[in-house]
Unconditional design. Structure first.
Length: 352
């Protein structure tokens, strides 16, 4: 890509968590124990991404225990996402339907109904462990919302995106923007703010239009900034689910103009967040002790995602060639679905 990435507008301070070093070691041990990362090529790519640094940037106030927990969720989401998008499984939903149904059983409280005679893939075992570590003590409405967001991520990633790839459908910008917040699992990550901040937002707040606007705008900022930085990688993979790509396709813009357009939209969404934040705090001064850390968590996500995207080799132009051969870094044991020869190749997508 010959285009230049603009300096994306972000008025929030750069921060990091003091427990990042510990969490890096935890992630290394956890991914080895669960079997999520074991091949040398996959381990090398995993270490280069530095998810410990990423989670420290987006949850800078989390204590060591909670940082380890959300880091494990990060890694689980990223590795499952790579399986569904980077390789042949992104065009073969029938190959992963069974394991996704088993994941949904864990999320929806039906894990006891799973067949005991089948050895579970690494992603399912890790999910069950994460669920057991996360759910005890949380409010019922938080658990229900978190489960719904996980379900939306898994179903959209294996149905909507896959169907588009199979049929060669390029979604409209409007449709893509609405779906992107789910296919990127950003709602799942925003839910975890309540865990690390030790707060509980009542349903009245989650249903307030000003809170909905702040959350939607912050999610859009994160997802669209990711699209800008992952654009070159996704072009290598032939991915259509990227806002820069869709702007080029539907508006006929050149590459640089499309990137500039998306960056301008990110700035507009940031301003929309700030306006909704101010209105929300003004409307509920008695809830400032809960709202301030929640909104600060959204700010940290917008800033931290941007900082990590600028630094990680995952989106470095010198490194994107690795995505032309995803079978070199994807682990078949993650979803327990062995590749077939015909399905191999680098023509599918990658959301992150």
């Amino acid at each position: 890509m010959d285009s230049e990435l603009p300096d994306i507008y972000c008025p929030f301070p750069q921060r990091t968590n003091p427990h990042v070093g510990h969490t890096r070691g935890h992630l290394d041990a956890w991914t080895r124990r669960t079997g999520l990362v074991h091949r040398e090529s996959a381990r090398r790519r995993f270490e280069q991404a530095d998810f410990g640094a990423f989670v420290g940037m987006v949850y800078p106030t989390a204590d060591r225990h909670d940082l380890d927990l959300v880091a494990d969720w990060f890694v689980w989401l990223f590795l499952v996402d790579d399986q569904l998008d980077d390789g042949y499984l992104g065009r073969s939903p029938e190959r992963v339907r069974g394991v996704v149904e088993r994941m949904l059983a864990v999320v929806n409280g039906a894990a006891d109904d799973l067949p005991a005679d089948q050895e579970p893939p690494a992603a399912l075992t890790a999910l069950a462990e994460l669920w057991d570590r996360t759910i005890p003590g949380v409010a019922a409405h938080w658990r229900q919302r978190f489960a719904w967001h996980l379900t939306a991520y898994l179903t959209m990633a294996t149905t909507w995106e896959t169907a588009n790839r199979e049929a060669g459908i390029v979604p409209s910008e409007e449709t893509y923007i609405a779906k992107r917040r789910h296919t990127g699992a950003i709602h799942v990550c925003m839910d975890l703010i309540e865990i690390v901040a030790g707060i509980e937002a009542p349903e009245t707040i989650h249903n307030d239009p000003r809170f909905i606007t702040a959350l939607e705008a912050s999610c859009n900022v994160v997802c669209w900034a990711n699209d800008v930085y992952s654009y070159e990688k996704e072009q290598v993979l032939g991915e259509i689910h990227n806002l820069v790509h869709l702007v080029r396709h539907h508006r006929g813009y050149g590459e640089q103009r499309a990137i500039d357009h998306v960056c301008a939209e990110i700035a507009a969404e940031t301003d929309r967040f700030l306006a909704a934040e101010a209105e929300l705090l003004s409307a509920y001064p008695q809830l400032a002790g809960m709202l301030t850390p929640y909104l600060d968590g959204m700010r940290s996500w917008m800033r931290g995602n941007l900082d990590w995207s600028r630094e990680t080799p995952r989106y470095n132009p010198a490194e994107v060639g690795q995505y032309a051969r995803p079978e070199r870094y994807l682990e078949a044991t993650v979803l327990g679905v062995a590749p077939d020869h015909a399905g191999r190749g680098g023509t599918d997508g990658g959301r992150r």
